[in-house]
Design a protein around this ligand. Structure first.
Ligand code: SF4
Ligand code: SF4
Length: 401
C-alpha cells in the first residue's frame, strides 16, 4: 500500500482564502466560569487565550457557542466572525536571537503560541521529527520539508537547544534522501523510511528507530510543529494555520488553511455524492464525518472524500482463518482470534493476546476477505477492558477502606 508518489510541483502548498467564520472547539469549557469572557460581540485577537489552554486562531468577533457531534462526542464550539485585518495578541513576540534564550523561557513561549511543547519534551532521551506522511495519499509532511528546508534546519537546532535529548532523528521518505543531505547541519541524524503505509505512523517509526538505536524515552513531533515553533519564536506568529491534504473526486492537493475553517469551505470542488463519505483523516484511519460544518482542528492532517466503490463493506461473515490479517498486522497480533473473542465479549482473552499493542492502523480489516469489522471489534474490546480495569481499581479502593 503505497503513499503518494512524490510529485512536489503538483503538491505545492496553496493558501486557501480566509473563511468568513472559524469554529473552535472549547475543550474543558465551563459555562459558569467562562461566560464573562466568552460572550457574543467580544473582540478577540489571534493568539489570545479564550479559556485556559485554548487560543484564538483568528482576529474577529465572537458570534456564539454551539454544540456539535463528532465520533459520538458532543463538542462545545465557539463561533468567531473573521475580521479583515489580523492582529496578534501582544503576549506573542518575535525575537531574532531566540536561540540565545533560556530553554524554559522558550518552552513557555511555545505554549503561549498555541503549540503545547512542555510535556512532550520532559526527560526525553530521543526526539523523532517526522516528514513521513501517515496515510496513503497524504503528502503534507513531505511537502513541508520540500518547501521549508531552511526553517527545518533552524528547527532542528532549536530542538537541540530545548531538550537534553542525546539523539534527534529526522525521519523522511526515502525518495527525499538526496535532496535533504545537508538539511540537518549536524543537529540530527536522518532516518530514511520507505513511503509505504503504515511506516509513517508514530508507533511504527518509534519502533523501527528503536530497533536500530538505543533511544530510551522518545518524543515524536510532526515536521509542521517544528516549523511552527521557529515561526512562533523567531517571527512572533502563533500557530493559527494548518497544512492538510484534501483528496477525493480525482483531485489531491495540499492546502494551507486557518485552523477552525469549516470543512465545507474546503470541499467546494469535491462535494461528496450519494453514498460517498467525508473522512476527517485519511482512508485508513480517518473518521467518517456527517456534518461538514465541523472545523479543521490543529490535529487534522487530511480530509478525504471516499468514493462509494472504495468503502470497505463490513459484512461480518465468518472468519475463514485465511491468516491474511495476521500476515499484514504490523504489531504481529493474532487478529483472527482477537476479532472472534471480542465479537463474543470474551475480552480478557483479547488482553492476553496483546490487544493493547494494536495501533488501529486498519490494515487487517482492509485485507479481510470476510469483511469483518476487525477494528471496531478491537475498539470495543479495548473500551470494555478499560471499564473492567476501572471497576477493579474502584473495588480494590473500597476493600482498602
Ligand atoms: S483476514 Fe479475516 S477471514 Fe482471514 S483470518 Fe483474518 S479475520 Fe479471519
Ligand atoms: S488494526 Fe489490525 S493490523 Fe493494525 S495493528 Fe491493529 S490488529 Fe494489527
Amino acid at each position: 500500500m503505497n503513499s503518494l508518489l512524490l510529485k512536489s510541483k503538483e503538491m505545492k502548498i496553496t493558501e486557501v482564502p480566509e473563511p468568513k467564520e472559524v469554529l473552535l472547539p472549547l475543550k474543558g469549557f465551563d459555562e459558569e466560569k467562562e461566560k464573562l469572557k466568552i460572550k457574543e460581540g467580544s473582540r478577540v485577537k489571534t493568539g489570545e487565550e479564550l479559556i485556559p489552554g485554548v487560543y484564538s486562531t483568528v482576529t474577529g468577533t465572537i458570534t456564539g457557542i454551539d454544540i456539535m457531534s463528532f465520533a459520538g462526542t458532543d463538542l462545545t464550539i465557539l463561533r468567531i466572525a473573521v475580521s479583515e485585518t489580523d492582529e496578534i495578541a501582544p503576549e506573542i513576540t518575535a525575537a531574532a536571537d531566540y536561540l540565545e534564550k533560556d530553554a524554559a523561557e522558550l518552552l513557555k513561549k511555545l505554549n503561549r503560541a498555541n503549540l503545547g511543547f512542555d510535556e512532550e519534551l520532559k526527560d526525553i532521551k530521543t526526539v523523532i521529527i517526522s516528514a513521513v506522511d501517515t496515510e496513503p495519499l497524504a503528502a503534507s509532511y513531505q511537502q513541508f520539508l520540500i518547501e521549508n528546508p531552511d526553517t527545518v534546519t533552524e528547527g532542528l537546532k532549536l530542538i537541540k537547544h530545548l531538550t537534553a535529548a542525546g539523539k534527534v532523528f529526522l525521519a523522511l521518505p526515502e525518495p527525499l534522501l538526496s535532496s535533504a543531505a545537508n538539511l540537518t547541519a549536524g543537529a540530527a541524524d536522518i532516518f530514511p523510511v520507505k513511503p509505504v503505509y503504515p511506516n509513517g505512523l508514530p508507533e511504527i517509526l518509534t519502533r523501527d528507530i528503536s530497533r536500530k538505536y538505543d533511544t530510551g524515552k522518545t518524543a515524536f513531533l510532526k515536521i509542521e510543529k517544528l516549523v511552527a515553533a521557529v515561526l512562533a519564536l523567531r517571527d512572533g506568529k502563533p500557530f493559527s494555520h494548518k497544512v492538510i491534504t484534501a483528496a477525493g473526486k480525482g483531485k489531491i492537493k495540499n492546502l494551507k488553511v486557518r485552523i477552525g475553517t469549516p470543512l465545507k469551505d474546503l470541499l467546494q470542488d469535491m462535494q461528496p455524492g450519494e453514498n460517498e463519505k467525508v473522512m476527517i483523516g485519511g482512508p485508513m484511519m480517518g473518521t467518517a464525518c456527517y456534518n461538514t460544518d465541523l472545523p479543521v482542528t490543529a490535529d487534522v492532517d487530511m480530509i478525504y472524500v471516499q468514493d462509494a466503490a472504495e468503502i470497505v463493506k463490513n459484512e461480518n461473515n465468518q472468519c475463514m482463518n485465511c491468516g491474511k490479517c495476521v500476515e499484514v498486522c504490523p504489531a504481529h497480533l493474532s487478529v483472527n482470534l482477537i476479532g472472534r473473542y471480542a465479537e463474543f465479549s470474551i475480552f480478557e482473552q483479547c488482553r492476553d493476546l496483546g490487544i493493547q499493542h494494536c495501533i488501529e492502523c486498519g490494515l487487517c480489516a482492509y485485507y479481510c476477505p470476510s469483511g469483518r469489522s476487525l477494528v471496531q471489534f478491537i475498539q470495543l474490546a479495548k473500551s470494555e477492558l478499560e471499564k473492567i480495569e476501572a471497576e477493579k481499581i474502584e473495588t480494590e479502593g473500597e476493600d482498602v477502606e
